[in-house]
Design a protein around this ligand. Structure first.
Ligand code: NCD
Ligand code: ZN
Ligand code: ZN
Length: 349
């Protein structure tokens, strides 16, 4: 007997556990896309200059709230950008604030605006101890920056050289391996203690690295960690639908203007906030696991972050929905994922 096709899907309103909102005019124009579907988001701190103190995070949070469209209900969950100068005291202030929910580790120069990141993990041990003590999660961009390591291997090598050890050295520290892109990454999260979780992007569930080279060089499919081979994509899908609670939705929606991507040295980042939950629905549907979408999108994240689950619901309708070829964001052109094509679902209402 074949399962009947689901054409309407209601689920607890999701949250986005990894989001780039930027600042200023870009913030104003990308925020409504997320606020339309997500109740909350973990907001990444890689602004220029980065969000390094609780006071920076408070000010950024106010700018986000001020940029919300009239009547929108959305809660920004703030993060601090870990540097080698971060003081353990800052962690106590962050925890006490009630609005900082994690501290982000960028290996120095691993990705967009990561120059102020950490070059040597030994220099942040006291800070990690403080985080472990007050129970503030560490969010990790898990890639080595060693130019001798192949760009496609940088996540697996980061786990081998750094993350495995870090998780053993700080057994009570909650750790999120952000935007897991490899079979090794997914397996690491699955095998690790319950303190360790992972976010998965919609684009890494839907695309493999061929998308970067389909008929020519496709800068709008370039992100970090870079898209991987099909076997990795399949491992990520398996992890997403596994139902064990260790993986949750983190779009890593990362707006860059069109001109900055269509360049001789294009920026890393894919914009998916315009159709985030719809794209995840496609990925889960393709795996025959739409029944697992709610756990992944709406339950596992708040459970890990020890926040209440949302109580209202959203409805998705199966209906091919066009995506504009280009969007206007922050006074600039931006090319979203699926530009000029369609997504298979529409958010009702
Ligand atoms: C992100 C960005 O543009 O801020 N880019 C990306 O390719 N994912 C940074 C990040 O999350 O690594
Ligand atoms: Zn990252
Ligand atoms: Zn990111």
């Amino acid at each position: 007997m074949s399962t009947p096709r689901t054409d309407r899907l209601t689920l607890t309103r999701p949250d986005d556990w990894h989001l780039h909102l930027r600042d200023g005019a870009m913030l104003r124009d990308v925020l409504p896309d997320t606020a339309r579907q997500m109740a909350r988001a973990i907001v990444m701190p890689n602004l220029v200059p980065p969000v390094v103190t609780t006071a920076d995070a408070a000010a950024y949070r106010e700018r986000i709230l001020a940029a919300l469209p009239e009547g929108a209900r959305f809660e920004p969950l703030m993060t601090l950008y870990l540097t080698e100068a971060t003081a353990p005291d800052e962690i106590l202030r962050a925890k006490d604030s009630g609005f900082v929910h994690g501290v982000k580790l960028y290996p120095a120069n691993a990705t967009t605006n990561s120059h102020a990141g950490v070059a040597d993990l030994r220099r942040v041990h006291a800070v990690l101890e403080a985080m472990q003590r007050v129970d503030l999660p560490l969010l990790v961009h898990g890639e080595v920056t060693d130019p001798d390591v192949d760009v496609f291997d940088r996540e697996a090598v980061f786990i081998e050289r750094h993350l495995d050890r870090l998780v053993r050295d700080f057994p009570a520290l909650r750790v999120v391996l952000e935007h897991v892109t490899t079979r090794e990454g997914a397996q690491f999260v699955l095998d690790a203690p319950a303190t360790v979780a992972g976010t998965l992007t919609a684009h890494h569930l839907l695309l493999n690295r061929n998308a970067i080279f389909a008929g020519g060089l496709r800068p709008h499919h370039y992100c970090l960690p870079v898209l991987k081979r099909e076997l990795h994509r399949q491992a990520l899908v398996k992890a997403a639908i596994s139902g064990g609670g260790k993986f949750f939705l983190g779009t890593d929606s990362a707006p860059h203007p069109k001109h900055a991507k269509e360049s001789s040295c294009g920026c890393a980042g894919i914009y998916t906030a315009h159709a985030a939950i719809e794209l995840y629905a496609e990925a889960f549907d393709a795996a025959g696991a739409l029944d697992r979408l709610e756990g992944f999108a709406s339950h596992n994240g708040p459970d890990f972050y020890r926040l209440p689950r949302n109580t209202d619901r959203i409805e998705l309708v199966r209906e091919a929905t066009p995506v504009p070829p280009v969007m206007s964001k922050g006074g600039q052109e931006l090319v979203p994922l699926r530009a000029g094509e369609t997504v298979a679902w529409r958010l009702a209402g």
